[in-house]
Write a protein that binds this ligand. Sequence first.
Ligand code: PXP
Length: 244
Amino acid sequence: MPRLHVNIDHVATLRQARLSQEPDPVLAAGICELAGANGITVHLREDRRHIQDRDVRILKETVKTLLNLEMAWTEEMLDFALELKPDQICVVPEKREELTTEGGLDVARYEQSLTEEMDRLHSAGIEVSIFVDPNPDAIECAARSGADFVELHTGSYANARGQNRENELKRLETAANYAHELGLRVNAGHGLDYENVLPIAQLPWVEELNIGYAILCRSIYSGLDQAVREMQDRILAAAPPDQE
Ligand code: PXP
């Protein structure tokens, strides 16, 4: 059964709407952890549209579970990660005009530099995950780069309906099996919510789910603590009866 990592970017989105101090993602991270989150994920974007450097620096000191930093593969972000040493980074593609991360990384394009920097990241105690679409080429590049994990992009699955959703689920299952075969560990995320998370939590080899938007939306109605607990309950339902 996968662990739940809560992406708290949108706490910062709300704060940045007024360029004020509230709500504070650092406080939100603590509430998520108290509610049972197994990790905290933040995306420090190049345009700093939500999470700020200050947030990540304080979270590094306060997060007791695991801090996962999503970042573009740029020199600036690499230097930041090597200095800060989060537990894990997830390398994602980034476009200024996008509302959210639209697709997996073009791993072939960055394979050489990822491979070159992998030892430095590992020596700094940082586990490396690469956000990929569930296709074999991307997974092979990630494996060759020496990354620890791939995070499978679940956005197409989340957006699909009916038979298309079943097909997307099958693609994710095939991708998870292939990644495992190549020695990679497997995470998943994007677009997951209370209705669609169960089949993803039941996929083979998936260790961590990164979920943000759905939890933050629900927290507006029911509070962040309750929203995290409800998501944990959904994921728990994926456990075989003897593991509960
Ligand atoms: N995983 C990655 C790599 C992401 O970029 C995002 C969005 O920031 C998520 C997971 C979480 O997606 P959502 O907010 O749709 O749950």
